[in-house]
Ligand binder design. Structure first.
Ligand code: ADP
Ligand code: MG
Length: 702
């Protein structure tokens, strides 16, 4: 235990830290304890075995190492010194060194006769190359061949650098800690994993991550620490899931009844895809077990998730329970309501709609019928989770477009029945598998990986704004063929006013180009009253108008098979997954559909890559992978709140293989020893408690 206590020591007590730097380390880098310092890993390594010549260096190069002499120290500044420069030269030429602080100490630090090794990043200033704040050591002190020559780089901050805690300073602190005789780095992974995977032990991994002896050991240290990080995340997710499935009793649906069968045999006018059938089977399995179901249904836009949800809800109704479906927008709820109530009308299932704009007179009736059980299915927005909405016996909850809701909102629906209802959350946001395993690691995952037959892939085309007239011509042709057109404008919170103006200007120019009585144009945006929004939307759904100009309010879920052209204005301003969602609004009927991405001629590199990716592929998973690479995981919708992605060393965009292995081992251990009671898992348990339970007692969780 002594060792543990030592690592828990507050950082300020480390030799060379003290209260002031301690506060900075805490505030700037979240390093609170010695243990935190040990796991503050370098973000990269620089090869110090190479020495450059001055005439080889160019601005924009990464860090370089030079060997030569220092002369011509000068001070610059008005009244007081603001800058100090020096000339650094070798046989091939010279560069300027520059400092903006630390003059007093530096003033007499260099001797003209001594050869120095300097290390820094060249940059360009007024046509000259200089190196600011280089690291300098006299060459007799540096043995270039010593160690691996791999120099670790730690991220630091201005405030820390002012207290000499730059990368090198941090490395020094770690050295002090590693040299402390009280330090003992214990293994935390079970011996069999270490030997199966031939992992480096914890001690060697920590030493080599900070002070790599050679490339091979550094590689092994990185691999080991990535594995450890991913493994503990998975272990935690799986344990939570296990506890939930074991503790949370679930309603049992043991029969398939008339509602389900009538819908399947008499109402449904298409064959389910195999993927849809598979998912329905998975759900039916879940609801027989007596455990609460928590399942994520993941399927690309247009893959037909709604019908799966509906049939699952009918199963609940067949077994005497109510069900509800929550969608993120009013328009989407309304649309679900219209299609679902229409298809269930003849088989006697009562469906209600509850949103923020439901009239209070209707509302009272709905709430009453919910309590007395008259109403079988309730569809709506987050109005459903309000306290006043009480069910007689809610047995099944569907959340559509889950990525728009927070986890807390999902949980609220759990408590609307004494035994938690089964929960099916659906999302079309294509998440790469690695991310799904991590963000949704505590849910069971079903995938619809097949689109209904007979659909033609959407053709995606990139057009510059200056070709607008051609695009208008194309729109006319399509309308002549009986199709409908979406035109979408970006609306981003920060520039809302400007965006709204763009949208309205756009609308006006469309109305001018497509005048009545031959054409009708609808407009929908978030600032409109919801009654107006619905009116405009319904005109488009009924086919009274051929063009719908809107913001991204239509992004999610809207289903109008006759609309076959999606035009996205300022496409460069949308993220990839949003573009893909928008494109998913078309391509739902039998006709060839088109997605036209309009942009200016000038595009940033990243925007161009997004547009090119869209033109190249319709595959949601490929798009998700690219998105992840372009933006990094922190930005993907629905993942921010999870916090799970703040990793120290692993990177799920790159470490998929390690993640899979880590998950497999975590699964095995969770199955064999869920409470981590076995002798061989004691170290593991200790680490787990440190990471996830902190002060909470183990017994409360188990
Ligand atoms: P999403 O998964 O994006 O929510 P929807 O459930 O809205 O997709 O389905 C898209 C369209 O495909 C709807 O018009 C729906 O009726 C239709 N659809 C669903 N499943 C099938 C199928 N197996 N065959 C033909 N059409 C289907
Ligand atoms: Mg949908």
């Amino acid at each position: 235990m002594a060792n543990n206590d030592f690592l828990k020591t507050s950082i300020e007590y480390l030799k060379g830290v003290g209260p002031e730097r301690g506060n900075l380390l805490r505030g700037e880098l979240n390093i609170n304890t010695l243990d935190d310092l040990l796991s503050y890993y370098p973000y990269r390594y620089i090869d110090r075995s190479k020495i450059y010549k001055v005439n080889e260096i160019k601005p924009g190069m990464a860090y370089v190492q030079l060997s030569g002499y220092i002369s011509d120290i000068k001070f610059h500044g008005h009244k007081r010194t603001t800058r100090m420069t020096a000339r650094f030269y070798d046989e091939t030429g010279s560069v300027e060194l520059v400092w903006f602080r630390g003059f007093k100490w530096l003033k007499n630090a260099f001797k003209a006769s001594v050869r120095y090794i300097i290390f820094g990043k060249p940059s360009e200033y007024g046509n000259k190359i200089n190196i600011a704040h280089p690291e300098i050591e006299s060459s007799d002190k540096v043995s270039i061949t010593q160690g691996s020559g791999m120099k670790p780089m730690y991220s630091s901050s201005e405030k820390l650098k002012n207290k000499w805690l730059d990368s090198k300073g941090i490395n020094k602190l770690i050295k002090t800690l590693l040299d402390d005789s009280r330090l003992k780095i214990e293994e935390c992974l079970p011996a069999n994993i270490i030997s199966d995977l031939k992992l480096l032990n914890k001690h060697d991994a920590i030493v080599n991550i900070h002070f790599p002896k050679n490339h091979r050991l550094l590689g092994r240290a990185i691999a080991r620490l990535k594995f450890e990080e991913l493994f503990f995340i998975q272990l935690n997710l799986l344990r939570l899931k296990k506890l939930r499935t074991e503790k949370a009793r679930g309603i049992i649906y043991d029969k398939v009844g008339d509602f389900f069968n009538q819908y399947y045999y008499n109402v449904l006018n298409f064959d389910l895809t195999n993927a849809q059938k598979k998912v329905i089977r998975e759900i039916r399995q879940d609801v027989k077990t007596g455990k609460q179901m928590n399942r994520l249904l993941h399927g690309d836009v247009g893959s037909g998730k709604t019908v799966v949800a509906l049939m699952s809800m009918l199963l609940a109704v067949d077994n005497g329970y109510q069900a509800c479906l929550m969608a993120p927008t009013e328009i989407l709820s309304q649309q679900h309501y219209v299609t679902i109530s229409k298809s269930l009308k003849d088989i006697g299932v009562n469906v209600g709609l509850l949103t923020g704009s439901t009239k209070s007179s209707d509302r009272a009736g709905i709430l009453k019928d919910l309590v007395n059980g008259e109403l079988h299915l309730l569809i709506g927005t987050h109005a459903l989770i309000e306290e006043v909405v009480k069910f007689k016996n809610l047995g099944f909850v569907v959340i559509d477009e889950q990525h728009r809701f927070g986890v807390a909102q999902r949980a609220k629906l759990w408590y609307k029945n004494q035994i938690s209802p089964h929960v099916l959350v659906m999302t079309a946001t294509p998440i790469p598998r690695t991310l799904a395993m991590t963000v949704y690691g505590d849910l069971d995952i079903s995938v619809i990986d097949e689109l209904p037959g007979g659909r033609k892939p959407v053709k995606t085309i990139h057009k510059y704004d200056l070709n607008r007239l051609k695009v208008f011509g194309f729109i006319r042709d399509q309308i002549k063929k009986g199709r409908q057109i979406y035109i979408v404008y970006p609306l981003i919170e920060e520039s809302k006013k400007l965006d709204l103006k763009d949208l309205k200007d756009g609308y006006e120019s469309i109305v001018r180009a497509f005048p009545l009585p031959d054409y009708g144009v609808s407009i929908v945006h978030g600032q409109m009253k919801s009654a107006d929004k619905n009116y405009e939307m319904m005109r488009f759904i009924r086919g009274d108008t051929q063009i719908l100009v809107s913001t991204t309010v239509i992004e999610v879920g809207v289903d109008i098979p006759n609309a076959s052209v999606m035009i996205i204005e300022n496409a460069e301003r949308f993220g990839l997954s949003q573009l893909h969602q928008l494109r998913g609004r078309v391509g739902r009927g039998a006709e060839q559909s088109y997605c036209i991405l309009m942009t200016g001629v000038k595009l940033s590199n990243e925007a161009r890559q997004r547009v090119e990716t869209m033109v190249k592929t319709n595959d949601g998973f490929k798009i998700a992978e690219t998105d992840l690479k372009l933006r990094g995981p922190g930005d993907i919708e629905g993942t921010k709140q999870s916090g799970i992605l703040e990793m120290k060393i692993a990177d799920i965009t790159k470490d998929e293989k390690i993640l899979k292995v880590a998950r497999d081992y975590a699964v095995k251990i969770t199955e064999q020893d869920p409470m981590l009671e076995k002798q061989c898992h004691q170290k593991l348990r200790k680490k787990y408690e440190e990471l996830y339970l902190e002060k909470k007692s183990w017994s409360k969780i188990s």
